[in-house]
Design a protein around this ligand. Structure first.
Ligand SMILES: O=P(O)(O)OC[C@H]1O[C@](O)(CO)[C@@H](O)[C@@H]1O
Length: 550
C-alpha cells in the first residue's frame, strides 16, 4: 500500500504542532513538574529495562508518536514480517530472522517450505558439530583437538559473531580461541595466521552469498596457507562453510557435508541467530547459544503483543524518531557501560545504518524528512575521557543510549559501583547541565576573584537539556544479550516503517564494489582505458608506482 508523504499525514502534523507548543520546556522543567516521570516514562520486558524519561517529551508526546506509528502501519507490517510475507519488496524476500529463534514445533511456511523445521534441522547440526569440537572429539589432520577457530566473513558475517563472542567471553570455552578476519587488507589475515597452528585450527568461511570479494580472497589465502602447512586431504577437517550458496561452497573445495546452510530470508545484518552464529555456539556451547536465541524470542513475543505505548522496541524507535525529526539530532551515540559490549556500537552501525540509511520510500519516492542518524559510540568510561566533551558542551545535540548491567560477571571489588556511578552521573549531567549562575555562585564560594569568574564562568557552564535513554539488564548473560540485540533490530524496523523505507535491502553498497573490481583489474596489470577522473587516475598511478618497491 502506497503511503502518503510523512509530513502530510495528520499524525505527523499533530506531532509538529505539539513540538512547537512544547519546545521551550527543558528537561529540568519536566522533571521539576512531575515527580512520577521515571516510573511513567520507563518500561521493561524480556529482562531489559528502558528509562526514556531523560528525553524532552512527555506522555502526550508518546501518545501522538504511537498514533503516527499506527497510521504508518507499524503493527500491520510487524505482523506481516512475523508471518513470513515478502516485505523486502525490492528483493521479493520474506524477512524472518525472528523464525531463527522460534522454539521447535511452530510450523511456519514460506513458499510451501516449513521454515521452523529447516531452522531446527540446522540447529541440530550446529549442536552436534559444536559438541564434537568442544569435547575434543573433532580432530585435526594430525589427530589433535582444535584450539583455534578463525571466522572469515565480513559485514553481517563478521560483526554479529565477533560482537557476541566478545560480549559472552565469560562463558567461553577455555581451549578454544576465537579469531575474526574480515578485512581484505592482508594485515588482518596476517595477524590471525601468525597466532595459529595449521594442525589445530578450524576455519569457518562465512558468507551468505559466497561471492563477497573480501571473504573469497581471505578464504583462498587461508586455504593456500593451510595447504602449505598441512596436507590436502586434511582440508575437510579444517574448513567448514556457512552459506546459502551450496554450489559455490562445493566449487571452493569445502565438503558440502561440512556446510551449515541458511536462507535468503535472513538478512546479513540479522544473521547472527542463524548458522552465522556458529563461532558463538563453538565458543559458549550450544546450551548458552540456545539461551541467546531464547532471550531474543522473548523480546520478539513482547514486540508482537505489547501495546505500542508499552512496547520496548517501539518506544526506543519513537523516542529516537522524535529526536531525529523534531529535535534535529543528526547522530546517535551508543555508550555501553560494559567493556564486553565493546563491539556493540560497531554492530549497531551496520544494523541501523545499512537498514535505514536510505532516501527513497518503499514506493520509490524521495523521502520528505531526514532519515537514519549516524550511529557511533564507544564504551564508557573510556568515552568520557575522549569525546564526551563535545557531547556536553559542543554545538550539536547528540542523544545517547547508555547501556549497563546491574551486576558484573567478575568479582573484582569496587569496580562495578564505580562504573555504574559514572553511567548514571553522565546521564544526569547531560540532563541537568550547570547554569552560568550556578557556576558563578560556586566560584564565588571558592573565593575566586570577580575578573577570573567572568572569564571562567562561560567555559564552565553546561547547557544540559541533552537527551538520553538508559537500558539496564541484570547481568550480561546470553539471554539478556539476545534480548538486547532483538530490541535494536525491532527498533530499526519500526523506524523504517515510520519513514516508509525498506530496511532490508542495501543497494548503496553496490557501486563501490563494481568500481573496486575495475580498479583492482587495473592495479593487477590488466589493460584498462583510463576512464576515471584525474584524482582517481592519479591515485591509481601512485599505487602502481609503489608496486615496484614492494
Ligand atoms: O555474507 P556475505 O554475502 O558475504 O555478505 C557480507 C555483507 O556484505 C553486505 O552485503 C554489504 O556489502 C552486507 O549486507 C553483508 O552482511
Amino acid at each position: 500500500m502506497r503511503q502518503p508523504a510523512l509530513t502530510t499525514t495528520a499524525a505527523y502534523q499533530a506531532l509538529a504542532a505539539h513540538h512547537a507548543e512544547t519546545r521551550q520546556r527543558t528537561l529540568r522543567d519536566l522533571f521539576a513538574a512531575d515527580n512520577q516521570r521515571f516510573s511513567q516514562l520507563s518500561a521493561g520486558a524480556a529482562g531489559l529495562f528502558l528509562d526514556y524519561s531523560k528525553n524532552r517529551l512527555d506522555g502526550a508526546t508518546i501518545k501522538l508518536l504511537a498514533d503516527l506509528a499506527r497510521e504508518r502501519g507499524v503493527e500491520r507490517l510487524r505482523d506481516a514480517m512475523f508471518a513470513g510475507e515478502k516485505i523486502n519488496i525490492t528483493e521479493q524476500r520474506a524477512v524472518l530472522h525472528t523464525a531463527l529463534r522460534m522454539p521447535r514445533g511452530n510450523a511456519l511456511k514460506v513458499d510451501g517450505q516449513d521454515v521452523n523445521a529447516d531452522v531446527h534441522a540446522v540447529l541440530d547440526q550446529i549442536r552436534d558439530f559444536t559438541d564434537r569440537v568442544r569435547s575434543g572429539a573433532w580432530l585435526g589432520h594430525t589427530g589433535k583437538p582444535i584450539t583455534d577457530v578463525v571466522n572469515i566473513g565480513i559485514g553481517g558475517s563478521d560483526l554479529g559473531p565477533k560482537m557476541v563472542c566478545l560480549a559472552l567471553r565469560s562463558y567461553a570455552h577455555p581451549r578454544l580461541k576465537m579469531h575474526f578476519v574480515s578485512n581484505v587488507d592482508g594485515h588482518d589475515m596476517d595477524a590471525a595466521l601468525a597466532q595459529v597452528n595449521a594442525e589445530t585450527t578450524l576455519f569457518i568461511v562465512a558468507s551468505k552469498t559466497f561471492t563477497t570479494a573480501e571473504t573469497m580472497m581471505n578464504a583462498h589465502t587461508a586455504r593456500n596457507w593451510f595447504l602449505q602447512h598441512g596436507k590436502e586431504d586434511g582440508l575437510a577437517k579444517h574448513f567448514v562453510a556457512v552459506s546459502t550458496n551450496k554450489e559455490a561452497v562445493g566449487k571452493f573445495g569445502i565438503d558440502t557435508a561440512n556446510m551449515f546452510p541458511f536462507w535468503d530470508w535472513v538478512g546479513g545484518r540479522y544473521s547472527v541467530w542463524s548458522a552465522i552464529g556458529l563461532p558463538v555456539a563453538l565458543s559458549v556451547g550450544f546450551g548458552y547459544f540456545s539461551d541467546f536465541l531464547a532471550g531474543a524470542h522473548e523480546l520478539d513475543q513482547h514486540f508482537r503483543t505489547a501495546p505500542l505505548e508499552k512496547n520496548l522496541p517501539a518506544l526506543l524507535a519513537l523516542v529516537g524518531f522524535w529526536n531525529r525529526q523534531f529535535e534535529g539530532a543528526a547522530s546517535l551515540s551508543i555508550a555501553p557501560y560494559h567493556q564486553d559490549l565493546n563491539r556493540f556500537p560497531a554492530y549497531l552501525q551496520q544494523l541501523d545504518m545499512e537498514s535505514n540509511g536510505k532516501r527513497i520510500t518503499r514506493s520509490g519516492q524521495p523521502v520528505d524528512t531526514p532519515t537514519c542518524p549516524v550511529v557511533w559510540g564507544e564504551c564508557g568510561t573510556n568515552a568520557q575521557h575522549a569525546y564526551f566533551q563535545l557531547l556536553h558542551q559542543g554545538t550539536d545535540m547528540t542523544p545517547i543510549d547508555f547501556i549497563a548491567a546491574l551486576r558484573p560477571t567478575h568479582d573484582l571489588e569496587g569496580h562495578h559501583d564505580a562504573l555504574l556511578a559514572n553511567c548514571f552521573a553522565q546521564s544526569e549531567a547531560f540532563m541537568t547541565g550547570k547554569t552560568e549562575l550556578e557556576v558563578r555562585a560556586e566560584l564565588a564560594a571558592q573565593g575566586v576573584p570577580g575578573a577570573q569568574i567572568d572569564l571562567l564562568a562561560p567555559h564552565k557552564t553546561f547547557p544540559g537539556n541533552r537527551p538520553s535513554n538508559t537500558i539496564l539488564m541484570d547481568v550480561l548473560n546470553p539471554a539478556a544479550l539476545g534480548a538486547l540485540i532483538a530490541l535494536y533490530e525491532h527498533k530499526t524496523f519500526v523506524q523504517g516503517v515510520l519513514w516508509d523505507i525498506n530496511s532490508f535491502d542495501q543497494w548503496g553498497v553496490e557501486l563501490g564494489k563494481v568500481l573496486a573490481k575495475a580498479i583492482q583489474a587495473e592495479l593487477t596489470g590488466e589493460p584498462q582505458p583510463a576512464r576515471h577522473d584525474s584524482s582517481t587516475n592519479g591515485l591509481i598511478e601512485m599505487a602502481k608506482a609503489a608496486q615496484e618497491l614492494r
